[in-house]
Every structure is written in structure tokens, then in C-alpha cells.
Design a protein. Structure first.
Lengths: 252, 299
């Protein structure tokens, strides 16, 4: 039996009076890829941003209910600590434009004022870039600006930046929606490799992507969790009518 | 030719007429700027011919004996302006950061924003009065305490009132720039466990540094040319300043004070040359600033 790393129970999220995530209960097993899919505005991104407490950075945004990392309540922990243990990759690649590739990878340490030895730093940079399948492409240009890379490379740089902090969970918010098909394929391949060391939660509006890479899939609709099951099961034998409608393309 | 629906020569002509108008208006601006410079230059010629390079290095300004040395005023202008800038920086940046990053909405920031804009709109003569009534006694008290001659008026007083007057420029520009930092970058930093202060220090400020510097230049430009308020509290003394408590004069304040008394060609021309120097100092500082901004952004 796999152990659960993140679990939410009756979890709600709001923007002011707007109820965007409704009573969601999910258990996420360790070293899995969980896809969260659903039509635009279904609350999937908001739910993801609640896991590492990014949601509350928006003025007027509130949450309610239980969200746990292992046995600890995330909303009783220090948000900084939460974000160090649960990394995030965003929809658009957002490397820091004033930093080199090298400094982007190590940015988390710099931001948090952690001092590292030169050799240690080099190790983290190389290791993270290797894990993000970017090392071979950038090893000779480490000190160039990260913004000179292609979109797909930038996104892998952002993944390297996130895993450099050695989080337990990696949240990915439609990480390939701004990328071309080839870059998308390389990022998806990378997700497979990352599964060995991390638990991945992947928000996507791309059903094929969910079907290709995930072990389990959660389907959100209008802020509710409609169905949560093994990906194979969900795509071959959906239990809910709404899931069936969605995966057969009857609404998007 | 067969007429095409929705197409007429009139339409094309209106388009090019509009473009021509825009270009002409823009050219007028260039002509005016060049005209100001030329007027200053031509009117300064008698003084330049009579006094030459001694004008800028001369330490004495004594129109009665026809001695015109502008060094005290050049120094007075630069000293008051840079001191004012130095005093204003913590305030303008703090306001910019507070309004741009920490509290962009809320009633307090709305109120503060309006106040900052109001401060920029107050006529400078009012600052002058206020400084005479409030700042001069304060500075006098400080002077008594440190054992300087208790004039109350002088470089420090002028710098203080200037500092207040220029805060809005850097603060408003800074606030806008800080608000424009892409939230995706800030979120990237937050997601790596950064605190608000760390995001500010490592993302927001580096991203906006050239713009923040430009705001300083804007403030400095305003300080260099400010006339009324400075004239009222600087002490109007035509000698080389020896400390920040010295009564002094700036180029602008000398022109304002003496223009009506200048009854001889050389005297009048010497004052206009002060205007020319002030013009050039402003231009040079702006150009240097632009170069620095360019270097920042190319980095």
C-alpha cells in the first residue's frame, strides 16, 4: 500500500465571496503523478495553488477545510516552510530575467539567504539540471541569461529551479500549455523520470496529457471534485456522467 | 475606375493630413527647445566675451564693481540639489515600495497616494512660506546646538524644503514601476519559499532598478531648477559656502533676486549666462543619467 503524502478533506477556496473550490477531498499517494483536469474555470489551478499556500497571496483569497502534508496540517505550518517542501512550476516559464542559468537554478537558496560552498553549489546546479534533462543543452552556457533559452528549455529550467530545493512534492500548473509539441513531449518524458523522487501534481486542460502521464486523475467541474480514480479506469470506465461528457468532448 | 465600397481618396488624404499634423507638432517642440538654448547663448555673449572662463571659476560676485564669478552659485545649486536628493531618497523609495508592493489598495494607500500627488501640486511659494515659518526656526535651533552661526536660512534649510518638494516625483514613478513587475516573477520567488522582503530585495528591486534611478533623475532635475522656495530660505549670500549651514545662493535664486536690478548690459548678460549654465548642468546630468540607465538595462 502506497502512503499518502497530501490529503485534503472538505477543502474550500474563495476569492472574496466567490466560491471557487467546493468541498474537495482527495488523497494523493507518494511517488505518483496525479493529473487534475477540467474545463476552464473549474477551480483546478486554484486547488493546486492552495496546496502550497500560493492562493492566499492574492488579496481577498481565503480557504477553509483541511489540507495535510503527511500528518501535518499545511495551514498550521509556516507558509515559507510549506513552499520549501512543496515546489511549484507555473503555466508560463518564469525564469528570473536578471539571473544567469546557473543563478536561476540556485535562486531558491539565494532568495532564502542560504550560504553554500562553491563545490556544493556546482553540485546542486549540475544535479538539478541533469534531473530536469537540461544539463547537456546548457552545460556550456551556464553563465548566460536564462531568458535566452527556448520556451521548453526555460520551463525545464524552472523545473530544475524547483527541484534544486529538494521538495517532496512538485506542483505543475499547466506546465506545457505555452510550449510547442516537441518541448511538450520532452517535459512529459521528464515528468516520468521525476516520479521516482517526487510526487507530482499536474494541472492540465489537455486530456491526452492526463491520460499519457498520470497514474491517477481528478476531474473538477464548477469547483467540485466530480471523480477521482486511477487514470486508466477514469478514461475507460468513467463513473460520473459529467466525466463521461468531458472525456468524450461534449463540453470543454 | 470602378468605385470600391468604403474607399475614397478623402479617407486617404485625412490619414496623411493627420500624420502631418503630428509631425509638425513634434517639430515645434524641437524648435522651441533649440530656441531657448540659442536665446540664452546669444544673450550671454556679451558676458562670455567680457569675462571668459573666469566667469565659472570666479569666487566673487559683486555687480557694483562689475565682478562676476559664478562659482558660489554653481556650488550652491549642486550642494542643495544633491543634499535634497539624499534626504528624499529614503522617503520616496519607502513610499514607492509601500504603495507599489505592500499595500497597493486599501484606504490608507489611497489616501497616501492622493497626498503624494497633492504635495507635487502645491505652488512652490507656499513651500517657501512654510519653510520660513517652520524650518528656519528648527534649523536655527540645530545650529545653536552644534555651535554654528544661527542664521536659520542657508543650504540645509533649502535642501530640506527641496527634499519635501521632490519626494513625489521619485515616489510616483517608483510606485508605478513596482506595480508593473510581472506577478509571475514574484510568484516564482514565493514558490521557492521567499518572504515578501526577500522577493522585494531579489526580484522587484533588481527588475526596476533602472526605472527607480530614472525617478531620482526626475527629482534631481526638479531640485536643480526650483527657484521660489529656495530663494526664500537660502539666505541670498553671494559667497562661497563653507558648510551646509552657510547662507548661500543658487543659480536660479540669483536670477530671481537680481534680474530686476540688472541695469547694465554685462550685468544682465552675466545673469542670463547663469541661466545658460543651469540649462547645461541639467542637460549634462540628464545625459549622464541616461547612460547609467542604459548600462543598468544592458547588464
Amino acid at each position: 500500500m502506497e502512503s499518502t503524502i497530501i490529503s485534503s478533506k472538505n477543502f474550500n477556496a474563495y476569492f472574496g465571496a466567490n466560491h471557487v473550490v467546493k468541498n474537495v477531498s482527495i488523497e494523493i499517494p507518494q511517488n505518483n503523478i496525479i493529473a487534475v483536469m477540467g474545463p476552464s474555470g473549474c477551480g483546478k489551478t486554484t486547488y493546486l495553488r492552495c496546496i502550497n499556500r500560493m492562493h492566499e497571496l492574492i488579496p481577498g483569497a481565503t480557504t477553509e477545510g483541511e489540507m495535510k502534508l503527511h500528518k501535518d496540517n499545511i495551514y498550521e505550518m509556516n507558509p515559507i516552510l510549506v513552499r520549501l517542501r512543496i515546489g511549484m512550476v507555473f503555466q508560463r516559464p518564469n525564469p528570473f530575467p536578471n539571473l544567469s542559468i546557473y543563478d536561476n537554478v540556485i535562486a531558491g537558496y539565494k532568495l532564502n539567504g542560504m550560504k553554500l560552498q562553491r563545490a556544493e553549489r556546482d553540485n546542486i546546479v549540475e544535479g538539478s539540471l541533469r534531473k530536469a534533462a537540461l544539463w547537456n543543452e546548457v552545460k556550456d552556457t551556464l553563465h548566460k541569461k536564462g531568458t535566452f533559452l527556448s520556451g521548453g528549455q526555460q520551463q525545464r529550467l524552472c523545473i530544475a529551479r524547483a527541484i534544486a530545493m529538494e521538495p517532496e512534492v512538485l506542483l505543475l500548473d499547466e506546465p506545457t500549455s505555452a510550449l510547442d509539441p516537441i518541448s511538450t513531449a520532452s517535459v512529459e518524458e521528464l515528468l516520468f523520470d521525476l516520479k521516482k523522487n517526487y510526487t507530482l501534481v499536474l494541472v492540465t486542460h489537455n486530456m491526452q496529457q492526463a491520460a499519457r502521464v498520470s497514474d491517477k486523475t481528478a476531474f473538477f467541474y464548477l469547483g467540485e471534485l466530480v471523480e477521482y480514480d486511477k487514470t486508466k479506469e477514469m478514461f475507460t470506465n468513467p463513473k460520473d456522467n459529467r466525466t463521461q461528457s468531458y472525456i468524450t468532448g461534449r463540453f470543454s | 475606375m470602378k468605385p470600391i465600397k468604403g474607399f475614397s481618396l478623402k479617407k486617404v488624404r485625412a490619414e496623411s493630413a493627420f500624420k502631418r499634423t503630428l509631425v509638425i507638432m513634434a517639430l515645434v517642440m524641437i524648435v522651441i527647445a533649440a530656441g531657448i538654448f540659442l536665446t540664452l547663448l546669444v544673450q550671454s555673449l556679451p558676458s562670455i566675451k567680457a569675462l571668459g572662463g573666469h566667469y565659472l571659476s570666479g569666487k566673487t560676485w559683486d555687480p557694483v564693481s562689475d565682478i562676476y564669478g559664478a562659482l558660489p552659485f554653481l556650488l550652491g545649486t549642486l550642494l542643495t540639489s544633491f543634499l535634497a536628493l539624499l534626504i528624499s531618497i529614503p522617503f520616496s523609495y519607502a513610499i514607492a515600495i509601500y504603495l507599489g508592493e505592500y499595500n497597493p489598495k486599501g484606504w490608507l494607500s489611497g489616501f497616501l497616494k492622493n497626498i503624494v500627488e497633492l504635495v507635487a501640486a502645491v505652488p512652490s511659494v507656499i513651500y517657501g512660506f512654510w519653510a520660513l515659518v517652520v524650518l528656519v526656526p528648527m534649523v536655527r535651533a540645530i545650529e545653536t546646538k552644534v555651535g554654528a552661526a544661527p542664521y536659520g536660512v542657508g543650504i540645509l534649510t533649502a535642501s530640506l524644503v527641496l527634499a519635501i518638494m521632490i519626494i513625489p516625483y521619485a515616489a510616483s514613478l517608483g510606485r508605478e514601476l513596482i506595480r508593473l513587475v510581472p506577478s509571475s516573477l514574484k510568484e516564482g520567488a514565493y514558490s521557492l519559499g521567499a518572504t515578501r522582503y526577500e522577493v522585494l530585495k531579489n526580484v522587484t528591486l533588481p527588475y526596476t532598478k533602472s526605472g527607480l534611478f530614472a525617478g531620482l533623475l526626475l527629482s534631481l532635475g526638479r531640485a536643480l531648477g526650483e527657484t521660489m522656495a529656495v530663494t526664500m530660505v537660502i539666505g541670498n549670500t553671494n559667497i562661497l559656502p563653507t558648510s551646509i549651514f552657510s547662507p548661500s545662493n543658487t543659480m536660479a535664486s540669483v536670477i530671481a533676486n537680481e534680474f530686476t536690478e540688472a541695469d547694465r548690459t554685462v550685468y544682465l548678460s552675466a545673469l542670463i549666462e547663469l541661466g545658460l549654465v543651469l540649462f547645461l548642468v541639467t542637460v549634462v546630468i540628464n545625459l549622464v543619467g541616461r547612460m547609467i540607465i542604459k548600462r543598468f538595462t544592458n547588464e
